[in-house]
Write a protein that binds this ligand. Sequence first.
Ligand SMILES: *Cc1c(COP(=O)(O)O)cnc(C)c1O
Length: 425
Amino acid sequence: MTAHAATDEAHALALDAADPLSALRDEFLIPPHGKGEQAYFCGNSLGLQPRAARAALERELDSWAMRAVEGHFEGARPWLRVQDELVPTLAALVGAEPAEVVVMNALTVNLHLMMASFYRPTPERHAILIEQGAFPSDRHAVLGQLALHGHDPREALIEVAPDADGLFSTTAFATALAEQGNRIALVLLPGVQYLSGQLLDLRALSELAHRQGCCVGFDLAHAVGNVPLALHDSHCDFAVWCSYKYLNGGPGAPAGCFVHARHARTPRPRLAGWWGHQATTRFDMDPGFVPEAGAAGWQVSNPPILALAPLHASLEPFRRIGMTRLRERSLRLTGHLETLIRTRLDRVLEIRTPADPAQRGCQLSLRVRGDRGTGRALFEHLVADGVIGDWREPHTIRLAPVPLYNRHMDNLRAVLAIESWAARR
Ligand SMILES: *Cc1c(COP(=O)(O)O)cnc(C)c1O
């Protein structure tokens, strides 16, 4: 080990020892690697399992076994009240009023439900604006909606290009909206862009879109649980997110959805179902549909209690600590990884994520300089070494140090593994 590395190791250990939130890691199951543990940087794809998840799931299995149908009304957590239990924590996390948030379905399904209500095209105004290189599922959903309404994507899909650095400037969206706003029905953008890790200015973008008379929705898959959000104040019309990335709800965990309070009693049509009916009269079984006020009125089916169980456990640290403190730790951790990369690996790697911490979450997107197919080899070397990031074709390695369970020592381990690969190249 070089003197450099020894100094950095002492430094990383000291940072971990001094960090009051380091102990949170013990609340999670870190996957093994050989006789040790992985350095897991993939919480942006699937968050780790909270130790408390298993008991939460067993509690619902027990309730089903012991109470069966009465489980809807009895026990510590009656199934009929599952929303009431989860929503306050989630609402605080995304900066919303409880009535603006609902937990249901999966992200892309919720996106379709939201577009059914908020993409109401007219002959003059029917285009949808997204960012170029949007996550495929979002793009498929948008194309699907255009097709359902009989619109040709060559004319009705507007994809705003990034600047030369691969990042999106508010100016680029402002220009597109100024030029084409009067024919755009919906603006759909990410909170944090999945590939670059760039955090967009939701409030500014909402205002730009609304000024042109467009609806605006956000996909917060990579933002929720990663950066502080103020959805109500952003004034966006709706937002959707999933719960298995930074929220650690488990694979395929039920997703979240936000509908701004001003639409609480909207006359807009929706894809309705009995669970969106006013809760107090839902079981009267009247044929008429009276939606529950707020986001809960977009529910379709009764909730998957077993799938929701781990979410009770996984939201608990967010409730207890709050996004403000988690973000402080996140800024320290990602700043540390960035510094190590810039000082030790500058000739090997380029960081594609904004250098300004205010414009990113925890993820850093990396690219091997002059990459000619070598990025994938580096990624595989890291995995073999127990450093788990992910690979996005054609040349991006994403590493996300998550403030709940990653350590400064994980950062150093990633950097040492990259150095050993670069030395053998
Ligand atoms: C992870 C992710 C999804 C996943 O969609 P599901 O419906 O949960 O499978 C969609 N969009 C974005 C931007 C994502 O990052």
